[in-house]
Design a protein around this ligand. Sequence first.
Ligand SMILES: C[S@@+](CC[C@H](N)C(=O)[O-])C[C@H]1O[C@@H](n2cnc3c(N)ncnc32)[C@H](O)[C@@H]1O
Length: 264
Amino acid sequence: MSLIDESFWDALQDEGVLLLPPGDVLETLRMIDRPITTTILDPWYNSGVGGVRNDYIEWLVLILTESARISDHIFLWGFPEIVYRVLNHIPEGLVFNTWLTWYYKNCPSVQRGWRSAQNACLHFSKPNAMIYPEHFLNEKQLRKQAEGKLRYIPGPTSVLEAPLEIGFVRKHEQTGHPAQKPTRVFEPLIKMTTKEGDVVLDPMCGSGTTGVVCESLGRKVILCDLEEEYVQLVERRLNITRWGAKQRIARKGTSKKVIQSIIE
Ligand SMILES: C[S@@+](CC[C@H](N)C(=O)[O-])C[C@H]1O[C@@H](n2cnc3c(N)ncnc32)[C@H](O)[C@@H]1O
């Protein structure tokens, strides 16, 4: 029986955030049988932490293809000099929209300068996917828009500037995950592509940054990661328990005797 069934989707509506037990990204994507508005794909980068795989680009294209089956929007992160190769293999039905750059001035790398202080984020979507630049309007702009006097709608910039959360930078937010992204970097992606109540998926969620952002913006979110250590980290960070047999049985009101027999 699949871990993702009717009771999972009911629980997502009630809880807002669901964390799956440790699992591989492709398995997670293949289990999901309902539409997702936005999928965040932030894998290891095939350089440094996480090691190197020879089939990295083929693997990314496979992940992108599975994501395209269910998602309106997909954001794929990576080192620019590596991830750009995916653009030669865009799965059918997806359109490449934007090349976003996260620029962090406080990069500790010995190689100084712009080149070694950035991550790329490729935004793909289905041709009819909705975007919401109006989510970035301030009060004054919203008033003008209501009066029909707003001449253009400013969206987010394509360079997202936010420091790495290392050393003293937002120390209280640091989880110890080696590649934690700042919430400020994910926020514009979610705001631009979703509205309240929409479902976001992050199947390689690391420290759960997507979960923090979605909770604060009122989006539903499904999280997963391969590593038990990071699933535990997300449980602590978001104060949640992973989705699993015990919760599903308890939620459905199964008798204590049956639950006890399954737990044992
Ligand atoms: C760059 S980190 C994600 C960081 C995250 N966005 C954050 O802000 O904390 C990449 C994550 O992908 C996970 N990962 C790598 N390979 C995976 C796989 N095959 N399936 C699921 N997760 C995987 C790693 O365990 C790691 O936590």
